[in-house]
Design a protein around this ligand. Sequence first.
Ligand SMILES: Cc1cc2nc3c(=O)[nH]c(=O)nc-3n(C[C@H](O)[C@H](O)[C@H](O)COP(=O)(O)OP(=O)(O)OC[C@H]3O[C@@H](n4cnc5c(N)ncnc54)[C@H](O)[C@@H]3O)c2cc1C
Length: 255
Amino acid sequence: MTEPGGGSDLANLKTTAVRDGDDWIINGSKTFITNGGSADLVLVAARTSPEKKAKGISLFAVDTTLDGFSVGRVLDKVGQDESDTAELAFEDVRVSGADLVGPLDTGFISMMQFLPQERLGSAITNLAHARQILEETVQYAKDRQAFGQPIGAFQNTQFLLADLVTRVDVTQAFVDQCVLAHNRKELTPVDAAKAKWWTSQVQNDVLDHCVQVHGGYGYMNEYRVARAWRDARVTKIWAGSNEIMKMLIGRDLGL
Ligand SMILES: Cc1cc2nc3c(=O)[nH]c(=O)nc-3n(C[C@H](O)[C@H](O)[C@H](O)COP(=O)(O)OP(=O)(O)OC[C@H]3O[C@@H](n4cnc5c(N)ncnc54)[C@H](O)[C@@H]3O)c2cc1C
């Protein structure tokens, strides 16, 4: 989806697919594509009817061995070391009509239909990462001594950890409710947006405090909390930025 010129305004994407007999010729570029540097197949959103804005976008499955496809830079990220994130270029990439995914010009609708599921998936992992590191931090607070006592015995640490555990548990209740709704095929895009932005904010807040409880060790990559903190920052940006999530919620309020 995302292009160098912008990711939030999906309907404005510039990559084109032009019909040539039974084939399509794709031109354009994408950026920030997770596993783009190692993919055998990429799903590409391209403009098939330029005059129709959001209603003129289609999805194509593109074999990355085709002529004209290339991977640009594999980007140097702050966190999320487990995956590559790459720029992709399409120069007259010829795909067949069979590579069109779904009906012509319905790509935007498909993306809107499935993005709530991606956002719910993000919400689940955001919270799981926060919870795991928080549990490790509670243990650290019991083990680490300062001024002759465990740092968890200081009231400040107790109150902080109580606050964080509460935030995670209360957030979990909403996420679980969304999972059940999704299983019934009733999850609304607005509730998915709420779950996505809220969990990423909770995750970032919790992990920042967890780094603090770890003191200097919290800033060392050998401690899982440090990596989790680095990894967390992007969750407020990807899968639709938190500002875009709030825009969706605001629209639902009739604003
Ligand atoms: C590590 C990583 C992996 C990613 N993986 C993928 C992937 O696999 N596939 C893919 O398609 N994309 C992927 N992305 C892209 C990601 O979805 C975009 O970065 C995101 O949607 C934001 O787009 P942008 O970076 O172009 O920011 P922009 O759209 O330029 O936005 C910049 C800032 O302006 C704000 N903003 C924009 N519009 C509005 C508005 N209307 N109101 C208020 N604020 C606004 C945004 O919230 C943001 O804070 C990935 C990004 C990262 C960092």
